[in-house]
Design a protein around this ligand. Structure first.
Ligand code: GLV
Length: 323
């Protein structure tokens, strides 16, 4: 293999990933950039002449950045499952191989979804606030939340993560699992999940879990109109992307108690400014995008991204090609 330049745009890229890249060829030149919000000018400065990119930044990989890289750019891998930060069609048009890291994070993200669901339904945020401010009261009606047993759970997007969520929640004595999405999932039968139209799912579910990718079709899927369909005592969980929800509409629905609570691992923007209105709400339980953040999962993702790149540079198919 001739000398190659791989640009890793990533904060604290796991050492296993470097190991994989170096194992493929001792001749790869590795450049490493920290993933910071302000790093875009630095990325633009360093990208020229790269043969491959590990693109793990919230910045969009745009035609302008691809032009700056140059025509030798052959391969791009995200270190994520979602590809909403990459102009997929543009890369395809230019003949650049593109890959991602799906499946390996399904369990870790599903764990966080269940954590959010319990945390939101059982008022963890309000309870912790009261505990920390010395307001812990005792009373049979204090801080009462919602049961999971006997409930209907609606999963929007029954992919690998959605399925892992259902598997976990089966242990919680959920009465019914519904799902909606673009296609019938063959796995649904064994999981006992029934495919229904979105509107039906929103009306029937006590828990609505967003586990779908962000696309033009799913942008603001949860908005003022769809929130109105949800039950008053329902909980909304989002482990997909912040853009799936119109956050102003969610704020109004939570503030007005039109729905009971929300549990969000993903928001817009990330990081969310500390004075953001959603943070002020006791019934909005927010985590800082921890979905895939376990040591094992991040190592596995780094290794897949590196293998995607190595394979493409060798002219082979990536482990997880996007097209
Ligand atoms: O959010 C995480 C991912 O898409 O991998």
């Amino acid at each position: 293999m001739s000398l190659k330049k791989v640009l890793i745009v990533n904060k604290s890229y796991p050492v296993v990933g470097f190991g994989v890249l170096l194992s493929g060829s001792k001749q790869n030149i590795l450049q490493y950039l920290d993933y910071e919000p302000e790093s875009l000018p630095e990325i633009k400065k360093n990208i020229e002449g790269c043969d491959a990119l590990i693109w793990n930044t919230k910045h969009q990989l745009t035609p302008e950045i691809l032009d700056l890289a140059g025509p030798q750019l052959k391969a791009v891998s995200s270190m994520s499952s979602g590809l909403d930060h990459i102009r997929v069609e543009e890369l395809k048009k230019r003949g650049i191989a593109l890959g991602n890291c799906p499946h390996v994070l399904d369990n870790a993200v599903a764990d966080i979804a269940v954590g959010l669901l319990i945390g939101a339904a059982r008022k963890f945020k309000a309870g912790i606030r009261e505990l920390e401010s010395g307001q812990w009261k005792y009373g049979v009606q204090w801080s009462t939340g919602l049961d999971i047993a006997g409930s209907t759970v609606g999963i929007i997007g029954l992919g690998g993560i959605g399925q892992a969520i259902v598997r976990r929640l089966k242990g919680f004595d959920v009465a019914r699992f519904l799902y909606s999405g673009r296609s019938d999932k063959p796995q649904a039968k064994a999981l006992g999940a029934e495919r229904v139209p979105l509107e039906h799912l929103l009306k029937e579910s006590n828990y609505v879990v967003l586990a779908c990718p962000l696309t033009n079709e799913t942008q603001n899927l949860i908005n003022a109109d769809t929130l109105k369909l949800m039950k008053k005592n329902s909980v909304l969980v989002n482990i997909g992307r912040g853009g799936l929800i119109d956050q102003n509409a969610l704020y109004d629905a939570l503030k007005g108690n039109h729905i009971f609570a929300a549990g969000l691992d993903v928001v817009t923007p990330e990081p969310l400014p500390k004075d953001h209105p959603l943070i002020s709400l006791p019934n909005c339980f927010i985590l800082p995008h921890l979905g895939s953040a376990t040591i094992e999962t991040r190592n596995a993702m780094a290794s897949i991204a590196a293998n995607n790149i190595l394979l493409a540079l060798e002219g082979k198919s990536m482990l997880f090609p996007a097209y």
